[in-house]
Design a binder for this molecule. Sequence first.
Ligand code: HEC
Ligand code: HEC
Length: 288
Amino acid sequence: MSGQRYGLLVAGAVALACAALGPGVALMAAPAPTSAAAAYDDEVELGRQIFTDTGRLAPDYVGNDLKCSNCHLDEGRKADAAPLWAAWGLYPQYRAKNGHVNTFAERIQECFKYSMNGKPPPLGGREVVALETYAAFLAKGQPAGEHVPGQGYLKLPRPPEAPDYARGQAVFQANCVACHGADGAGQRSGDQVLFPPLWGPRSFNWGAGMSDINNAAGFIKANMPQGQEGKLSVQEAWDVAAFVDSHPRPQDPRFTGSTDETRKRFHDNPQSMYGLTVNGVRLGGDGK
Ligand code: HEC
Ligand code: HEC
């Protein structure tokens, strides 16, 4: 590209940027950060706060009672709880779920859409940039482009016996109700969520990774019951995951208008209970 043409392009971009600000908006209106390092630190801290208090700080994009750190534990630092430091270097990455190469920013958008049952915040917007900055900060010194130990959730071996609802219910009653409640709805105190909901209208939706039994089993085996991690056997983790993921939750945002068709297109595998009937309830049933 010739220098002259480049100059024209830059001039055009500046003109566009000024036009976008609108008439009368002074370019210097935002408070200038005291230094580049302080501006960076502020952005990391904003990302950390959005990650751990998502509903309050990104309310337009959250449709349930969860926050990012409910599943990405220890503020996104805990190994085997899909830590951000292990995720950052793996993107851009092809994802079968949406059939194209996803940037890290798009991966964040997907957890808003499904796990947070909300809307994807805009690329390049306040939320996405802060969360990207936080992840990049946590990932300092990590190798890029390769899986590091602790990345994602545990990939559990198949259980000795097929996951079973009734056995899972017994595991749930003995190990989970004290915090998550007998109805799986979690516990609140006023507008504070003390323990997050595992199913029902305020939990993750049917498009979320956690609604697949294998993902939930891996998460639960490594991380639950909180404070007694590792207590459950592989079989118990699969059974209780099957139990949790056999309850109603918000509709898959990719719902085509028909539960049968939505199962066929997005849930046609043994890890998803979507579209199946459990205890007389059609999971993901039209209108639920
Ligand atoms: C209900 C649980 C849940 C919540 C809440 C949640 N996520 Fe996730 N997240 C997952 C699951 C499941 C995966 C897939 C992990 C895997 O593939 O092993 C994932 C993956 C990710 C990844 C990619 C990890 C990797 O190693 O490739 C990022 C980044 C991410 N989530 C960011 C977020 C952000 C940001 C939020 C909040 C806006 C959030 N998540 C909320 C469950 C959740
Ligand atoms: C001592 C309280 C406690 C017990 C017992 C407990 N959990 Fe949790 N659980 C939590 C907390 C707190 C979080 C959110 C983690 C955070 O924010 O650090 C959580 C998060 C979760 C999540 C991801 C977030 C969501 O809402 O879906 C799942 C799934 C889960 N627990 C399943 C279970 C299962 C299954 C059991 C029983 C085997 C269990 N938990 C036992 C406290 C508990």
